[in-house]
Design a protein around this ligand. Structure first.
Ligand SMILES: *[C@@H]1O[C@H](CO)[C@@H](O)[C@H](O)[C@H]1NC(C)=O
Ligand SMILES: *[C@@H]1O[C@H](CO)[C@@H](O)[C@H](O)[C@H]1NC(C)=O
Ligand SMILES: *[C@@H]1O[C@H](CO)[C@@H](O)[C@H](O)[C@H]1NC(C)=O
Ligand SMILES: *[C@@H]1O[C@H](CO)[C@@H](O)[C@H](O)[C@H]1NC(C)=O
Ligand SMILES: *[C@@H]1O[C@H](CO)[C@@H](O)[C@H](O)[C@H]1NC(C)=O
Length: 295
C-alpha cells in the first residue's frame, strides 16, 4: 500500500513538471558573446577593448510577465553591482540606456520575447569580473538566471622576460672589461606605451653596483614623444624594436666594466603599470689592461 501511494505521488509530480514545460517556462539565455582583441586574445586593454553580451529573455508564461517593477537586470557577482535593467524602470517598456563605457539596448522581439544587448568598454572595474542576468520574477518559477560570464582580465601593461646572456671572449665565467657585454631583453606590451609622453612612466632599466648605489640604465621610449627609440649612452646601448601593434622588444646591452662585476640589473615600469622584473646578477669582470700592467 505504502509503495503504491509513493508511486502515485511521483507520477503527479512528473505530470505537474511536464505541464509547466508545455505552458512554457520563462528563461534567460546568453546567446552571443563578442570580445574584441586589440592586443591579442589573452587580455583586454582599458579604453580600447570591449565585450558584447546578448541575452534572450523569454516569458511565455503569463504568471511571469515582465513589468516595470520586476524588470530583469544584469549584475556582477559576487558584489552585485547593477549594470542595467532590461526595461525602462518607469514605463516598463523596452529601453536604451547609455552611460560612459556602458551601452544597454533592449529589443522587443515579440509579446513574450525581449533581447538585451550589453556593450561594455573594458576598464579596471571589468577585469575578471563575472556578470549574470537575473529575473527576480514573482511567478511560480521564482528567480531565474542566465549562465554567468567572466570578462577578460584587464591589463594596462605587462612585461615578459626574453633573455639574459653574457659573452665570455677570454675565459669562461669571467667577462673581460671593454671586450665582453651582457644583454638583458624583455617584451613589453600594453596601453601605457601609447601614453608615455611628458612622463617618465616608460619601462626603464636600472642597475645597482655592489657598493649599493642605484644607477639609471636604459629608457627605451622617448621621454617626450613616447616613441620607441634606439640610443647609445657613454658605455651601453639601448634597443627598441616594434614586434606588433602592441608588443615592443627592448634590450639593454651593458659593456663589461670592472665596477659592474656582480651588479644587479632589473627592469622597472612605474606609473599605473607598476611592474618590476626579478633581479639579474652580472658576472664578474676582469680588467684586461691591469693584467699587462702587473706583468
Ligand atoms: C529565445 O528563447 C526562447 C525560449 O528558449 C526560444 O523559444 C526562442 O527561439 C529564442 N529566440 C532566439 C532568437 O533564439
Ligand atoms: C560596442 O562598442 C564599441 C566601442 O564603443 C564599438 O566599436 C562596437 O561597434 C560596439 N559593438 C556593438 C555590437 O554594439
Ligand atoms: C584574472 O584571470 C587571469 C586568467 O584567468 C588570471 O591569470 C589572473 O590571475 C586573474 N587576476 C586576478 C586579479 O584575479
Ligand atoms: C594619458 O595621460 C593623461 C595625463 O596623465 C591622462 O589624462 C589620460 O587620461 C591618459 N590617457 C589614457 C588613454 O590613458
Ligand atoms: C633599433 O635597432 C635594431 C637593430 O639594429 C633595429 O632592428 C630596430 O628597428 C631599431 N629600432 C628603431 C626604433 O629604430
Amino acid at each position: 500500500m505504502f509503495s503504491n501511494g509513493s508511486k502515485i505521488s511521483q507520477c503527479v509530480v512528473f505530470v505537474l513538471a511536464l505541464s509547466t514545460l508545455v505552458a512554457g517556462s520563462p528563461s534567460i539565455t546568453l546567446y552571443e558573446v563578442k570580445s574584441s582583441s586589440y592586443c591579442g586574445t589573452n587580455f583586454h586593454l582599458p579604453g580600447k577593448d570591449y565585450t558584447v553580451l546578448k541575452y534572450n529573455v523569454s516569458a511565455p508564461d503569463d504568471e511571469f510577465r515582465i513589468s516595470s517593477f520586476n524588470s530583469p537586470y544584469l549584475i556582477t557577482l559576487p558584489e552585485k553591482e547593477f549594470l542595467c535593467y532590461l526595461t525602462d524602470v518607469d514605463s516598463g517598456g523596452c529601453g536604451h540606456y547609455k552611460a560612459h563605457g556602458h551601452d544597454c539596448l533592449c529589443d522587443q522581439i515579440s509579446s513574450d520575447e525581449q533581447h538585451l544587448t550589453y556593450n561594455r568598454t573594458a576598464d579596471y572595474d571589468t577585469s575578471n569580473v563575472t556578470v549574470v542576468m537575473k529575473w527576480a520574477g514573482r511567478g511560480k518559477a521564482g528567480s531565474i538566471f542566465s549562465d554567468p560570464y567572466q570578462f577578460k582580465q584587464v591589463l594596462t601593461g605587462d612585461m615578459t622576460f626574453v633573455k639574459f646572456s653574457s659573452t665570455f671572449k677570454r675565459s669562461k665565467g669571467i667577462m673581460a672589461a671593454g671586450e665582453d657585454s651582457t644583454e638583458l631583453q624583455f617584451d613589453v606590451y600594453g596601453g601605457e606605451i601609447y601614453n608615455i609622453s611628458n612622463h617618465e612612466n616608460g619601462p626603464q632599466f636600472y642597475y645597482i653596483t655592489k657598493d649599493g648605489v642605484h644607477h639609471k640604465g636604459c629608457m627605451s621610449f622617448d621621454r617626450h614623444t613616447g616613441a620607441c627609440i634606439n640610443h647609445t649612452t657613454s658605455n651601453d646601448q639601448c634597443f627598441c624594436q616594434k614586434q606588433s601593434r602592441c608588443v615592443y622588444r627592448i634590450t639593454y646591452k651593458i659593456s663589461a666594466r670592472v665596477k659592474l662585476g656582480g651588479a644587479t640589473v632589473y627592469l622597472l615600469w612605474p606609473g599605473q603599470v607598476n611592474l618590476r622584473s626579478e633581479n639579474f646578477i652580472l658576472p664578474q669582470v676582469r680588467g684586461t689592461l691591469s693584467i699587462h700592467e702587473i706583468k
